[in-house]
Design a protein around this ligand. Structure first.
Ligand SMILES: [Zn+2]
Length: 231
């Protein structure tokens, strides 16, 4: 196996990571569906989903460890005589075992998507609880949509209701994912920074890495849409 084929195989493997993260968002969304339908009472199902998301976190982490091992060892091989190639496989394996052995449970819990899962479930349960308290007489899915219609779902960029709201972790403002990514790309192409478009916000440099899909708000928007479609 040549070094260039190692690199191309590695980039294929790396391309799985966004899919794993998208899968983690899906698991979180299923969890919100359970909270919406059954509240926090269905803890076995939530527990199961939490196990699933931690499994994804482990997979994501293992791919990173593998990529790191290969990068490190191939760089080393390049500096050594050609025979070193023969030991590449075993030295990568060894380094990988070393790196994965160092991964703790706390590391897996710290994955941003695992944190987002917990946070979303908690926020959504609170929101649903609040609505139920305000509306004690009748409890249905629609309750959630009613109070949330007062929240602002308009994207400051497109001026229309968001479809995939992302939250800026730095300033807390929301934008529609597609619109904001396009703006960041366009600004960076011209070597400029993208300023948060929310009026009065001092955040002068919005980075893609600051943005996190807000599943709770996404669900609120969908409920709101369903509700307003009925009336
Ligand atoms: Zn902002």
């Amino acid at each position: 196996m040549s070094l260039s084929s190692v690199q191309s195989t590695l980039s294929t493997l790396k391309s799985c990571q966004p899919d794993i993260r998208a899968c983690m968002d899906m698991v979180s969304d299923v969890a919100l569906g359970i909270v919406e339908a059954q509240g926090m009472d269905n803890s076995p199902a939530l527990k199961k989903l939490e196990e699933m998301i931690l499994e994804c976190s482990r997979l994501d982490r293992e791919i990173s460890c593998f990529v790191e091992s290969v990068d490190e060892k191939t760089a080393q091989v390049r500096r050594e005589p050609p025979e070193a190639m023969f030991h590449l496989k075993s030295s990568v394996k060894e380094r990988f075992t070393e790196l994965t052995a160092g991964v703790t449970d706390a590391d897996l819990q710290r994955h941003s998507k695992v944190v987002a899962f917990r946070d979303s479930v908690r926020r959504y349960a609170m929101q649903a609880g609040q609505t139920a308290a305000e509306n004690e007489e009748e409890e249905s899915d629609e309750d959630i949509a009613v109070t949330q219609s007062q929240t602002n779902f308009t994207c400051p960029l497109t001026q229309v209701e968001m479809v995939n709201p992302v939250k800026n972790k730095k300033c807390g403002h929301h934008y529609d994912q597609e619109a904001v990514l396009e703006m960041i790309k366009a600004k960076h192409k011209n070597k400029k920074k993208f300023r948060c478009p929310k009026v009065g916000c001092g955040n002068a440099d919005v980075q893609q890495s600051d943005l996190e899909l807000d599943l709770v708000m996404k669900r609120m928007i969908q409920n709101h849409k369903r509700q307003s479609g009925k009336t």
